[in-house]
Each structure stands twice: as C-alpha cells, then as structure tokens.
Design a protein around this ligand. Sequence first.
Ligand code: NIG
Ligand code: FE
Length: 410
Amino acid sequence: MNNLIIKNAHIITPQGTAARRGKEMTEMLHINRGTVEITEGIITYVGPNLPGNKSGYEILDVQGNVLLPGFIDSHTHLVFGGYRPEEFLWRINGDSYMSIMERGGGIFNTVRATREASFDELKNKAEWFIDAMSKMGVTTVEGKSGYGLDCDTELMQLKVMQAINSDPNHKVDIATTFMGAHALPHEYTDCRQTYIDFLIQHMLPLIKEQSLAQNCDVFCEQGVFTIEESYQLLSAAKAMGFGIKLHADEIVSLGGAQLAARLQALSADHLLHASDEGIRALAQSNVVATLLPLTAFTLREPYARGREMIDAGCAVALATDLNPGSCCSGSIPLLFALACIYMHLTVEEAITALTLNGAAALNMAHKTGSIEVGKWGDLVVLDTDTPAVLPYYTAMNSVKHTIKRGEILK
Ligand code: NIG
Ligand code: FE
C-alpha cells in the first residue's frame, strides 16, 4: 500500500481532465507550503499544509521545493533491436534521413535487427531506457511497435511492453501503440494495398483481441504512407476502438495535420512542416499537437512552430521521440531547454505540455497528468523552489524525486 504525504511543497500543476489549449496552457494552480496526500497510490488531498501528523503514511518534507505532476512522454519508439550510430555519423556529415531510408537503411535497418533480437534482449534494452527516463521525472511513457513489420515481430514488441508493465521491478506505466505502418516492408513494394489490408484485416483485430495496444499510429509522409493510405488505416483502427495518432508533416508539408483534425485523432506528432492551414485545423479540433524538438535538434531541422501553435489556440504536448534513428535521446532536461529556448514556450506552457497535454495525447488525462484528487499519485520533486530550473539548468537533471503511485522511485 503506498500511503505518502508530501509536505512543504511548492505545488505547481495544470488542472482538468482534458488537454489545455492556447492561453489555458499557462493557467496553473500554485500552492506555496502545500501538502499532497496519496492513499493507496491515489491522490486524496491537495491543499495547504495541515497541522499534525497522520498515522499510516510515510512523510516526505520537501522544504519548499517544487512539486509537479509526473512527466508524460507520449511519443517514443523504445523497443528496438540494434543501434544505428553509423547513420548518425553519416547524417552529421551531411546525409539526409530520407536518403538513408531510401537506400534500405533507416527504419529498415532496425527492422532487420529487431527481427533477429530475442524477447529478453528487447526487454532489457527498453527497461534500461525507461529506468533512465524515470530518473528524469517520467512516470508514464508511450511505446510504439513498428520495427517488426511482420506479424510475429510486431506482436513481440507489444508483448515486451506488456511484460514490462506487469514486471514489479518497473513502475513506470507504458501506454502501447501499434505502428505496423511505420514503413512499407520491401516484400510489399509492388502491392502496397495488400499490406494496408493485412494491417486492417489481420493485425488490428489480433491486437485488439489480445489487448496489446491502446493506440494506432502511422508514418504519414512523402515516400512512406500517403494521406489516403493513412486515412484508410486510421479510420479502420478508430472504428475498432483504438486511439489514433499520426507522424504528421515531419519531413514535408503533406497535410497530415489536416488529416488528424478530420479523423479527430488523439494527436498529430512532429509537425515541423505543418502549414498555416494545418495549424488552423488543429486549433479548431481537439487533436493534441505533439512536438518533438529533440528530433529537430538531432536532424538539424527547423523546430516546429510551437509558439505560433499555442498563440493560434492549439493544445501542444512535448515528447522525446526516443528511437534508434532520428533521435536516440530520452533527455527530458534537453527537451525543456529546446522547447523554452528555441520554440519560445514559457516554462508553464512546457510543464503543461509534458504533463496534462501528454496525458491527453494518450487518452489518459482522467487518470494522470495533474495533481488533483482522484488521479494517480505520480509526481516529481525538483531540486529547487523555482520551476525555471527546468530549462535554466540546461540539459541537466533538476529532478530530486520521482514518485509513482505514491512510491518514491528516486
Ligand atoms: O518519429 N519518423 C518516423 N519514425 C521515427 C524514426 C524512426 C527511426 O528512424 O527508426 C520518428 O522520427
Ligand atoms: Fe516517432
């Protein structure tokens, strides 16, 4: 039973059970010298310090330091075989991400390695990343399949995440996403529709039956999956009850943002090249615009227009995109720095983006993402009394404690 009282906290949290958009992203509850009580893993009190001590609770006195909701990394590809350091070196010498993929490298390189990897290899590696991220304050992480592109390996990736979720040594929750449409397997070059049909008619029902994924994602991009193919797959997934997400407008401006709005997706992710029309469509919808500045940084691409999106009224989330290719980083401190320094988000906006809006992008905002009675006791204690350290301690970890359902992990 995890019963914990955190007292003398500078509590800062967005509030609600849905994504905050536009100006709402800066509206935070602030309580100085506050207390949060967690009973059996669930928050049961948030407010000013209370006199006296309650029995049956562990007490954590944080002496005026900042207390935030646990961070929610709503976009990663953390289950994969092999690594691609050679491609990274080619890219920093001027090669492009897409030209490497067109030559049979990129995602295909990791597909080969993942098909060869054992279950335990995949699990151990994913656990290493999750443990590193939990030390940076992550309490919920999303993980995608998409490095199998065949039935057995796609299922294996999802089962690895299921196994980590039920392993008592790992407390961070993984929200699972099926991404069989990450690339077109070479076997299907001349029959693209057959692969889409295979995903819709065979894979999605199988995954649903075994409850292996909550969401379905597609790499909607020039040279990968078209708008029409993405529409077919995602509308079928939605009809089967999956939450839907898109890698949208990452490399070129294809109209993925508009498609996400049309399909009422949970999120449209990347959006480096989202058009004005795409941004307007997102602002008028409930789709979370999930920005991944670590990827723009490592690909040396211009950052997504985060400031403009928020000013236009979008609900923006931030996530890492941890993967072996375009962005082999799960660094939450660097993510805050890039979001605030280069995408011009305020510290409050960045916090909302990495907590409540991340939860909404996973359809989990009713359970986590803010410090409110009834939600999971998932919290972060910073090392200081000001949240400015999140970007100011640039790329350095300012998290003192990560708390998951009332249990102090760090
Ligand atoms: O989000 N763009 C597609 N998927 C990943 C990269 C995957 C990879 O290169 O292995 C992304 O950037
Ligand atoms: Fe991605």
